[in-house]
Design a protein around this ligand. Sequence first.
Ligand code: TYD
Length: 140
Amino acid sequence: MIEACRLIEFPQKGDERGHLVIVEGSQDIPFDVKRVFYIYGSDKDVIRGRHANYRSEFVLINVAGSSKVRVDDGKNQKVFNLDRPHTGIYLPKLIWKDMYDFSKDSVLLCLASEHYDENEYIREYEAYVKLMAQGREDGI
Ligand code: TYD
């Protein structure tokens, strides 16, 4: 599952007037975007996220500054550095994610495949690990 988390390079149409980066739903990323939110002003020692989602897929892009994203599938972990406005990370559903190490100027743009629904968030890590272990046993 962790292999499904991947960096995506977005098309760029920069010219002498500046940069322009394009992210088209279901073309440059694997889903249609239903929700956009962004995170800024988080201190370096803050850890955000700390959850997994039953249904939502995400693409995270540091449109300014940098941050790190640790992804976890209940068995394996991987860390991605987000530090380029034209590169995002794709996160499928059921991936645990921690965002941290925010630079002062970090603006982390999050594109989501679903509208916000607190009921589809798994916020207890132990419960998440159990769920994923059960899923592996059941061959899901
Ligand atoms: P939270 O999930 O803790 O943010 P993060 O994943 O960035 O650490 O969300 C913070 C608060 O904002 C929480 O009360 C839920 C609310 N929220 C919404 O209402 N809609 C949203 O789309 C998001 C992402 C959060």
